[in-house]
Design a protein around this ligand. Structure first.
Ligand SMILES: Cc1ncc(COP(=O)(O)O)c(C=O)c1O
Length: 355
C-alpha cells in the first residue's frame, strides 16, 4: 500500500501548516484573540447586500473587481491600475510569494512577526532569513547587510504580534537601498499615526498590503488589497487565482470603503479604548508595549500562559505565543469599552490566584 505522504513534494511533506487563532463557532465567549473589530460593518453594507440581484450570483464575479479597485484607489490617492484586490490580505501575500520567491530566491521577514510568511515560503520551497528584532523589538542597525541577496522582504508595519510601528525615514532608507521587493504589510495601519502608502510612488520595488478584516469589520468577507506601481500590479495579476474575490465580498467591501465617515468613527473608538485599557493594565502591573494597532501586547505580573488558561476557563480568549521571546506576553484585541471592563473585572481575581 502506498504511503500517502510519498505523494507530496518533500517541502510540503515536511512543513507545518499555518495555525490560525481559535475560531469557536458555538460557544459564547469574549473573543479577543484574532483582532476582529467589535463594531458592526457600515449600515450601507447591509443595504447593498439586500439589493443583490439573482443574476449577480448566477454569473462569475468581475475577475479584477474594478468597482472595488476604484474605491480603494480613491481613498489612497492612487490610480486603479496600481491596485489589486485579494481574498483577504493573506491572498495578496500569497500572490507576492508566488511571484518573487522560489528555491533559488530567498525571502526575509522580521522575527517575531506574522507566522504565515513562513508557511507561504515553505510552499514555494524558498529559504527564509529571519531578521531578529532588537531588545525592544526595534529594527536592527545592520538590517541592510542582512538583506543582502534577498529577493522579497516581508516588512510588517505596524508589526504583529508586537504592535509597534517603525521609523518612516528608516523604512525609506531600506526601500531605497534594497535591491529586492519590499512587501509592507499594513494590516493594522488604520489604527496607526502614519503609513507608507506614499512609498509606492517613490520606489519601484514597494508593495503595500492592507486588510479589511480589522478596521472595516469585514474579517468574514475576506477582502484585502495591494497597492504598488502599475508594473508590479500587472505582474501580480498574472499569478492571482482567476476569480479570487466573490461577488458578495466585492459588494460589501466597496460599500464599506465608500463610507469613510463610519469607518473613521469606528477606528477612533477603538483607539480611544486602547488608550484607556492600556492605562488600566499598567495600573495592574503589566508591562504594555507601544501599540499602533487594535491590540495590546502586554506582559502580566504573573505567568502569561497560566493567565491565558485561566481567562479561557472564564470564557475569554486572548492569544499566547509560546516562543521564547514572546512567551511572557499575552496579546489582547481591543473590544468595546464594556468588553474591556468585563475583561478587567474577570481578570483581577485570576491574577491574584496565579500569584
Ligand atoms: C500582520 C498580518 N498580516 C495579514 C493578516 C491577514 O489579514 P486578512 O484577514 O486580510 O487576510 C493578518 C491577520 O491577522 C496579520 O496579522
Amino acid at each position: 500500500m502506498a504511503n500517502a505522504n510519498n505523494f507530496f513534494r518533500t517541502n510540503i511533506d515536511e512543513m507545518l501548516g499555518y495555525s490560525p487563532g481559535e475560531q469557536p463557532q458555538h460557544e459564547r465567549l469574549l473573543k479577543l484573540n484574532t483582532n476582529e473589530n467589535p463594531y458592526p460593518p457600515s449600515p450601507k453594507v447591509f443595504e447593498a447586500l439586500a439589493a443583490v440581484e439573482p443574476i449577480q450570483l448566477i454569473r462569475y464575479p468581475d475577475p479584477v473587481a474594478n468597482k472595488l479597485r476604484d474605491a480603494v484607489a480613491s481613498i489612497n490617492h492612487v490610480t486603479r491600475d496600481q491596485v489589486i484586490i485579494g481574498n483577504g490580505s493573506d491572498d495578496i501575500l500569497t500572490m507576492v510569494t508566488r511571484a518573487f520567491t522560489d528555491s533559488t530566491r530567498e525571502a526575509a521577514c522580521l522575527e517575531p512577526s506574522y507566522s504565515l510568511y513562513h508557511v507561504l515560503t515553505n510552499i514555494q520551497d524558498s529559504q527564509m532569513k529571519k531578521i531578529e528584532l532588537g531588545e525592544n523589538f526595534e529594527l536592527p542597525s545592520n538590517i541592510l547587510s542582512q538583506l543582502d541577496g534577498v529577493k522579497l522582504f516581508y516588512f510588517t508595519c505596524p508589526n504583529a504580534p508586537i504592535g509597534n510601528r517603525f521609523d518612516k525615514q528608516k523604512i525609506r532608507e531600506i526601500c531605497k537601498a534594497f535591491s529586492g521587493v519590499v512587501l509592507i504589510d499594513e494590516a493594522y495601519t488604520d489604527f496607526a499615526e502614519d503609513n507608507c502608502i506614499d512609498l509606492v510612488n517613490e520606489f519601484p520595488n514597494v508593495i503595500v498590503s492592507r486588510s479589511l478584516s480589522k478596521s472595516y469589520s469585514l474579517a468574514g468577507a475576506r477582502v484585502g488589497y495591494g497597492i504598488a506601481s502599475k508594473n508590479l500590479i500587472d505582474g501580480l495579476m498574472k499569478v492571482k487565482d482567476s476569480y479570487n474575490v466573490n461577488v458578495l465580498s466585492q459588494v460589501v467591501a466597496t460599500e464599506a470603503i465608500l463610507d469613510q465617515a463610519y469607518f473613521k468613527e469606528c477606528c477612533d473608538k477603538v483607539i480611544q479604548t486602547r488608550t484607556n485599557f492600556k492605562h488600566e493594565l499598567i495600573k495592574r502591573g503589566f508591562e504594555v508595549l507601544p501599540s499602533e494597532t487594535n491590540f495590546l501586547f502586554a506582559a502580566p505580573p504573573c505567568d502569561a500562559k497560566k493567565l491565558y488558561d485561566s481567562l479561557r476557563n472564564e470564557g475569554i480568549i486572548v492569544r499566547h505565543f509560546p516562543n521564547q521571546r514572546t512567551a511572557k506576553y499575552i496579546r489582547i484585541t481591543i473590544g468595546t469599552d464594556e468588553e474591556m471592563n468585563y475583561f478587567l473585572t474577570t481578570m483581577d481575581p485570576l491574577i491574584e490566584d496565579i500569584k
